[in-house]
Structures are given as structure tokens and as C-alpha cells.
Design a protein around this ligand. Structure first.
Ligand SMILES: [Zn+2]
Ligand SMILES: [Zn+2]
Length: 344
């Protein structure tokens, strides 16, 4: 079968590999859709620092159809469509038992953080995963379902942790970076809160997408501070979600926040926010660094999508286009989420 693999630092290619066989408690999925994430680009460039075992197949946003079932998996049968909760932990601790593998202290023995992040993922014709990580997705478009596994789940988990700050009648939330994750966050804020949503990006097509998904106001990076002041009567936003977290957005984000607000750093752009008292963060601020989300939260995200409350923008490509799609994502040419569709 074909697999888009990271074979060495900075080197990825489409390879021919053996079709994997599911062991006890596992299934093999024919991959219907695999999302392409900015973190795939970061992994490609920084895999040595991350310590992932090489080579492995990219793809941590996976929707597939069960093709083969290993021993001891009564709950799934060939033909079932599912999404994969991809973060992996030690598999033995309380958090792993609760499906909170994203916050396992010990981590996976291999050094991997997930399927497609050290372990073979979904940018292939097939992938083998543990049945315990599957959430049924029947009825959802596979490309839509795949995007829920990271862009959906990470945004949902990020918003869920700051819902208490967004409960007020006049709450204002700012989404900086309306990319693969940020555009889903706009939908999740619409679905779960009554907050006024201000979207900030440097790309006009991204702001157009944010308006389509229900953002109340949009602004460029340069006009972001003025727009948030206008939306809040000068007070500042209750929660600022930074999905880029580059230095330029890290510099802006604290200035958008009101007292007692949350700065939620979701992106991994490496921008530095000085946390000092006094400093640029208003009194009472909380800084949160959410990472991915739990298996139960993925089930909640899938349920929201089934209700039609999570529209996402996807652009579909064949598996063979993976190298080109990585280049286009790097160049900022993808609006919404790029999804590879190996088996359709
Ligand atoms: Zn990702
Ligand atoms: Zn664990």
C-alpha cells in the first residue's frame, strides 16, 4: 500500500509499504480522509528535536472504514466508519484510562505523541489503530469527520477550558489565526457560547471564511487592537485564543485582553509572552496552554457535527498530492483544512 512517510529530518516521500495486520484489540482502517496540519510541517522540520522514531507515516486526523478486525474487538465490524482519537500515552495511568492520553505524564514508550506523530498515521491507504480510540462517524462526510480529530478536538478542548469566562451576556472572544483550527474555533464558539466573536488574521480569504462561519467582526493583525476596543467599549476581550502564537501575535494578544481574562495559547509558533507582574498581561489573567483533547471530548465534537453545528471548510486532494499540499500549506495557500483522500 502507499504511505506518505517521514524518512529523515526534512525528508518526506510517498513509499510503498506492507499493509499492516491488526493485533489483539486493534482494527485496520481503509483511510477515507486524513487532514494535513501545520504541526505536520513543524514535525517535518524539527523531528530530531522531537525525538520521534523514524520512519513513520504522517496523518493524525484520520477518518476510516473498518476493513479488518483483530481478536477481542466485538464492538466494531468491517464497514463501520470511524474517526481516530490519535494522541497516545503510556496506556497504564489514570489519565490514559480516562482517554486523556493528551495529558499522560509518562508518554508512549516509543517517544511518539500520536498516530501520525511518531507512530504510523493516516496518510496511507490503510492504518492499524486500537479499537478503544475509535469514535463512530457514520453519517458525516469523511473529510469533515477527519478534521474533527484534531482541528475540531483541539479547538473544542481550548474553548471548553475557558467557557466560564465566556458566560456573561456581553462576553467577547477573540480568535487570532483563522486557519485549520481557528476556523473551527469560530464555529465552536458560535455553537457553545453567546459571545461576540472577533476573528483576526493577515489573510483576507481567511477573514471572509470567519464571517461565513458567524464571526461578528473581523480584523487584520494591524487593526486587531482597534477592532477589539470597538467591540468591547475599550474594555478588552474576555478570552483571546491565539491559534498562530507567532511572535507578532504573541505581542498583540495580551493587549486585547480585559482584566480577569484568559489568554489561550493554542498554536505552536514559539512566540514569547512575558509573564511578569506587573507586565503586559492585565491583572487576574490566566494563561492556558491546551493540547489536543480527550477521547470523550472527541465524541462530543462528533455529536456537535452531527447536529450540523460544526461547519468546516475542507479542500480535498489525492494521497499522491501530499508533497504539493505540504508546500501549499507552508505558503499559506490553503483556506480551511486540506484533506487527503487515499481510498474513495
Ligand atoms: Zn494537528
Ligand atoms: Zn498514561
Amino acid at each position: 500500500m502507499r504511505a506518505f512517510r517521514l524518512t529523515g529530518p526534512g525528508t518526506a516521500r510517498l513509499d510503498e509499504v506492507a499493509t499492516p495486520v491488526p493485533g489483539p484489540g486493534q482494527v485496520r482502517l481503509d483511510v477515507l480522509a486524513a487532514g494535513v496540519c501545520r504541526s505536520d510541517l513543524a514535525v517535518l522540520e524539527r523531528v530530531e528535536a522531537l525525538g520521534y522514531p523514524l520512519p513513520f507515516t504522517f496523518g493524525h486526523e484520520i477518518c476510516g472504514r473498518v476493513a479488518a478486525v483483530g481478536p477481542g474487538v466485538p464492538e466494531f465490524a468491517p464497514g463501520d466508519e470511524v474517526v481516530v482519537h490519535a494522541p497516545v500515552g503510556c496506556g497504564r495511568c489514570d489519565r490514559c484510562a480516562r482517554g486523556e492520553t493528551n495529558y499522560c505524564d509518562d508518554g508512549h514508550e516509543s517517544g511518539a505523541t500520536g498516530f501520525g506523530l511518531g507512530l504510523d498515521g493516516g496518510m496511507a491507504d490503510a492504518v492499524v489503530v486500537d479499537a478503544a480510540r475509535l469514535v463512530p462517524s457514520a453519517g458525516l462526510e469523511p473529510a469533515h469527520a477527519a478534521v474533527l480529530a484534531d482541528a475540531g478536538l483541539t479547538s473544542y478542548h481550548a474553548v471548553a477550558g475557558s467557557l466560564s469566562r465566556l458566560a456573561g451576556e456581553d462576553a467577547v472572544a477573540v480568535v487570532i489565526g483563522v486557519g485549520g483550527l481557528g476556523h473551527v474555533a469560530v464555529s465552536i464558539l458560535r455553537a457553545r457560547t453567546r459571545a461576540t466573536v472577533v476573528a483576526v488574521d493577515i489573510r483576507e480569504p481567511a477573514l471572509e471564511l470567519a464571517r461565513t462561519l458567524g464571526a461578528d467582526r473581523t480584523a487584520t493583525l494591524g487593526s486587531g487592537a482597534g477592532e477589539v476596543r470597538a467591540a468591547t467599549g475599550g474594555r478588552g476581550a474576555d478570552v483571546v485564543f491565539d491559534f498562530a502564537a507567532a511572535q507578532s501575535t504573541a505581542d498583540l494578544a495580551p493587549s486585547l485582553l480585559r482584566k480577569g481574562g484568559d489568554l489561550v495559547i493554542v498554536g505552536s509558533g514559539g512566540g514569547v509572552v512575558p509573564v511578569t507582574k506587573p507586565g503586559s498581561l492585565p491583572a487576574g489573567s490566566r494563561v492556558r496552554l491546551p493540547f489536543w483533547g480527550s477521547r470523550d471530548e472527541l465524541a462530543e465534537v462528533v455529536a456537535l457535527a452531527r447536529e450540523g453545528l460544526l461547519p468546516v471548510r475542507t479542500e480535498e486532494f489525492g494521497l499522491a498530492a501530499a508533497p504539493e499540499v505540504f508546500d501549499r500549506l507552508r505558503a499559506g495557500e490553503i483556506v480551511g483544512r486540506a484533506v487527503l483522500t487515499p481510498v474513495r
